[in-house]
Design a protein around this ligand. Structure first.
Ligand SMILES: C[S@@+](CC[C@H](N)C(=O)[O-])C[C@H]1O[C@@H](n2cnc3c(N)ncnc32)[C@H](O)[C@@H]1O
Length: 235
């Protein structure tokens, strides 16, 4: 893997290396040695994304047209699975990413081989499409990638979210991404009846979301994780 220069706006701040690894279901993930953190569960990247974001998120929404907001575009796995499982729905998919992966990295990822090679061109288009504008990826799926840091990016100009995929690094590794002010910002931009899903079951996260208008519950997690969170905005 090439050495990645992590950027903060225009300033190079530190080199971080990402390594591609195979998880137990045969699908790839990225590993950050300096943080000792994986992008996905080592029990299965596709298996985890399917469980947390598709089954516990997309499939629970009853809307025909929805705005999805993802925290951490990363490999694009959640985006490509959403496109594949969206059925007839129309989706506007907004995703924020501070450290976009490189072309060398996304070209090595085996997601479309594992899911369906029908998705090859869509996956390529997701990664090569310009940042900070709405791009048509396929009929009924538009992607808007925001290159930025969620901590200091205003969400107010985005359409209200019908579904939030909260896929930041783990609270133990990146606690500032799970603080109440940042969750509040996401909650305020979520529509009444909007859904929230994440792979964590952390009590502080659940309580911060309850405080900001969500009904939250713990639901069974994917292999390797007993419980995860699911929420609905009620206030
Ligand atoms: C757990 S990974 C998941 C990524 C993606 N959803 C996937 O399936 O590959 C977390 C992602 O959040 C990104 N990230 C880290 N800090 C961020 C920040 N402050 N603002 C926006 N994205 C951030 C990381 O670069 C990484 O891509």
């Amino acid at each position: 893997m090439p050495e990645i220069k992590w950027r903060n706006s225009q300033t190079l701040i530190q080199p971080m290396k990402r390594k591609i690894q195979i998880t137990e279901d045969g699908s790839h993930t990225l590993y950050l040695p300096e943080m000792d953190e994986h992008f996905h569960s080592t029990h299965g990247a596709i298996q985890e994304s399917m469980h947390v974001f598709i089954e516990n998120g997309l499939k629970k929404s009853t809307k025909d047209e929805l705005v999805i907001f993802e925290v951490g575009f990363g490999t694009g796995l959640n985006a490509i699975l959403t496109l594949y499982h969206k059925g007839d729905r129309k989706i506007k998919y907004y995703s924020i990413e501070k450290y976009p992966i490189t072309e060398t990295e996304f070209k090595q990822l085996n997601y479309t081989e594992q899911i369906s090679t029908v998705l090859n061109d869509y996956f390529q288009k997701m990664h090569t499409s310009p940042w900070n504008q709405l791009v048509e990826i396929s009929g009924g799926f538009q992607l808007y990638k925001i290159e930025g840091d969620l901590k200091n990016t205003s969400l107010e100009n985005l359409p209200k979210f019908d579904l939030v995929y909260y896929d930041a690094f783990a609270p133990g590794k990146q606690p500032e991404m799970w603080d109440e002010p940042i969750l509040k910002k996401v909650a305020q931009q979520t529509s009444q009846g909007g859904l929230f899903t994440s792979y964590t079951a952390k009590g502080d996260v659940r309580r911060a979301l309850i405080k900001n208008g969500f009904n939250m519950k713990k639901v069974p997690g994917p292999p390797g994780k007993k419980e995860i969170l699911f929420g609905e905005k009620v206030e």
